[in-house]
Ligand binder design. Structure first.
Ligand code: GLU
Length: 327
């Protein structure tokens, strides 16, 4: 038998070089605009830019503003999908919410009208509000909120802090999401009080996170639920492929196909400018920069993650596997 031709080794130094080079190459990129429909996000410093990889041994490879705090926004949909699966099992979430792409924008009402029996996936607004409604214990907003924040902290390795101004800003302008919550109620697709579920969703989107915390979350998902920084098994390893499949299917909403085609890594974006990427068994990656493209995805964060993937010759759909990450 010859040497397995699909297997390769990558050194931590190579990852370090790829992150540094990707950061240098993309930091000068212009274009895009901060999210304008949430006043707090419109005022974020557009020059902030960070890139971080979390390796299976818990070490972080960083470049730029990786300690700056920004709004987690839609990336929070992934942790709460995990929480819903921890509490109800993967099958429970599949049955009650679904795991399909909508092919439509994140806040689409049309998607709810088109889908008769499920809010599609916990990674669009409708499904994320439904996921908040599923969090136990039913009917107790404070205990539900504690479950959401505890789960975030376990995944990130440290607590996230609520950005009060973002929460106020978002609560004052979330008319579209309010319509979604009530439409879900109309179709019997929300499993707790709609206003409470909406508020939990708005609050989780308003959590402040750093690029490093986001990379640790991604690293935990990539390591089958094991947080390599805190050395704890956060969720059942069997849930990990389910999490990655949700992210793969709809992480960039209507642009998900183009993203996968070009970048080769399942990733979830948020209008705060963050992107969380999962390379199962290898590493978690996060990038952050506020200016967004037309579909609401960070221009520089997308470019930086793509550059890291290209430099390491990685692609989740490729037959070439990295079987060893060595020092
Ligand atoms: N809180 C935002 C909303 O619901 C999140 C959107 C996003 O990041 O895609 O409108």
């Amino acid at each position: 038998m010859g040497k397995c031709y699909t297997c390769r080794e990558v050194t931590i130094d190579q990852v370090r070089r790829a992150v540094d080079e990707a950061y240098e190459e993309t930091k000068g990129l212009t274009g895009g605009k901060n999210a304008s429909y949430i006043p707090f996000l419109a005022e974020a410093d557009p020059n902030l830019f960070g890139l971080c990889v979390c390796l299976p041994d818990g070490s972080l490879v960083t470049a730029g503003d990786t300690k700056a705090v920004f709004g987690i926004e839609s990336v929070s949909k992934v942790p709460t999908a995990i929480l819903a699966m921890r509490q109800h099992g993967a099958e429970g979430v599949l049955k009650k919410i679904g795991a399909n792409a909508t092919g439509l924008p994140f806040n689409s009402i049309m998607a709810i009208l088109l889908e008769n029996d499920s809010p599609s996936t916990p990674l669009v607004n409708a499904g994320a509000i439904a996921a908040c409604s599923l969090v136990k214990p039913k009917g107790d907003p404070e205990a539900k909120w504690n479950a959401i924040t505890d789960n975030l902290a376990e995944l990130a390795g440290s607590p996230l802090v609520l950005l009060d101004k973002l929460y106020a800003s978002e609560s004052a302008t979330d008319f579209n999401n309010r319509s979604i919550a009530w439409l879900l109620k109309n179709y019997g697709r929300i499993f707790d009080d709609p206003e409470m579920s909406l508020d939990l969703y708005t609050r989780q989107c308003s959590m402040g996170v750093t690029c490093e915390q986001m990379a640790i979350m991604a690293g935990t998902m990539a390591a089958d639920g094991y947080n390599p920084v805190t050395d704890t098994q956060v969720f059942d390893p069997d849930l990990a492929p389910k999490v990655t499949s949700l992210v793969t299917t709809v992480g960039f909403y209507q642009n998900t196909g183009n993203w996968l085609f070009e970048a080769g890594i399942p990733a979830k974006s948020g209008v705060g400018g963050g992107i969380l990427g999962i390379m199962p068994g290898l590493f978690g990656i996060a990038a952050f920069s506020p200016p967004l493209d037309e579909a609401g995805n960070s221009v520089k964060a997308q470019a930086a993650i793509k550059a890291v993937m290209r430099k390491l010759d990685l692609n989740i759909f490729s037959g070439k596997r990295i079987c060893q990450l060595t020092t």
